[in-house]
Design a protein around this ligand. Sequence first.
Ligand code: LFR
Length: 495
Amino acid sequence: GTSKYFFAVDLGATSGRTIIGSLSQGKLVLEELTRFDNQLIEANGHYYWDILALYWEVVKGLRLAHARHLPIQSIGIDTWGCDFVFVTPDGQILGNPMAYRDPHTMGTMDTYYNKVLPKQVVYDKTGIQFMNFNSLFQLYQMRCDGNLALQGANKVLFIPDALSYLLTGKAVCEYTVASTSQLLNPTSKDLDTDLLASVGLRRDQFGPMTSPATRIGELTPDVQKLTGLGPVPVIAVAGHDTASAVAAVPAKDHRFAYLSSGTWSLMGIETPNAIINANSFAKNFTNEGGIEGTTRFLKNICGMWIYERCRKEWPEVQGLSHSELQCEAMQQEAFRSLINPDDALFANPTSMVDAIRTYCLRTHQPVPEGHAAYCRCIFDSLALRYRQVFTWLKEFANFDIDVLHIIGGGSKNEYLDQFTANSCGVTVLAGPQEGTAIGNVMLQAKSSGDVADVWEMRRIIAQSIELKRFDPHDREAWDAAYERYLRITNTPMTH
Ligand code: LFR
């Protein structure tokens, strides 16, 4: 039959892209239309995203699709989670959204538990991991600071919903991205009114709860004029990028774990229900909303963030490709210096290279010499941290995990794929790299009736791309390194 074309917008914290996905004869084909930078913008002592610049990139991508005469079936948007936009009563966007890396919420969680609701109560209600930047704490901090945009907000829209709003004029609250806010109760599957009240908000200040693969509306006449397109529908996909990525894991059955590898590394399993108990609380695992009623039980691990930030600091590597730089790292001595990638030192330091040096000095380890040694330290340490989280994950899974699927841009790093297999002692299947965009396209295909459910999506994805397999090797060396990793990362910091 003839192919249908789906337009996916996939925004990450460091870059965004617009992609056309088409489906014909059981195969998926992707074509990147545009790629652009996204970045934290520092102004007035805070970090922001430029929401209108992002919207404009979407418009540019749509114009290009129109110029190419691609008959677009629908549009879907996925982005990172937790951040949000305020809308005035007359429908205007109220300022730029603050970015989750802004340090204004450092320390906010403790204040919140002491003054508002205890930590345990918040976890029991939401099942969401404690991260200082969850929307709950961002909103609470803004309220404490007398933020006037918050006070003037008629509506609060999460980032994918805000962009869909700019395209359609319709304000929704998409389920998967709403779940990252720590305002949502996974049992009632709606925003929790006590938590909302705790930050001075009402339920009607958010859009109606909307499941993935639901039509939001169509391009406004203004956007039609801007792009040349007709009244193309905009679909709520899995608005949270990680939910789109998990939907795109090319697994055969439910006995899999995933590692969605990008700026963050999200490691977890897909479960029918939220897992909220003393152990998940202690280990700070999260229960984010997945598609078709599933739960994404996972943990955030610092991903390519440290590597990406270091890379920007080394003038001498600017001409090197990722694979060249990674290849250089492999010439270095293994396990020489180990860091805990999730240490607060690495959250948003002025210099990432300095932060690693500081960590090594504090833990009485040699400081890496040269960029390749730094990279080796980062990759070794990530693989060891993956093992720690994977070990915990096995405590929660009520099935044997047969395989670890690594998806996302980070899965391109085949050394790290192999290290992960070695470290975790599990078979790794790597790919697709464009997991989030593929999940986005597939949820649009579901909305248009071209695929029935997530398992059909996964079959099509598995048929359309080639997965790379990595079996575990060098187990003794990795066991020994893991012992050292645990000792080093448990060492109380001297300050
Ligand atoms: C990944 C991601 C993570 C979320 C973090 C901040 O892009 O969406 O899932 O924890 O960004 O929103």
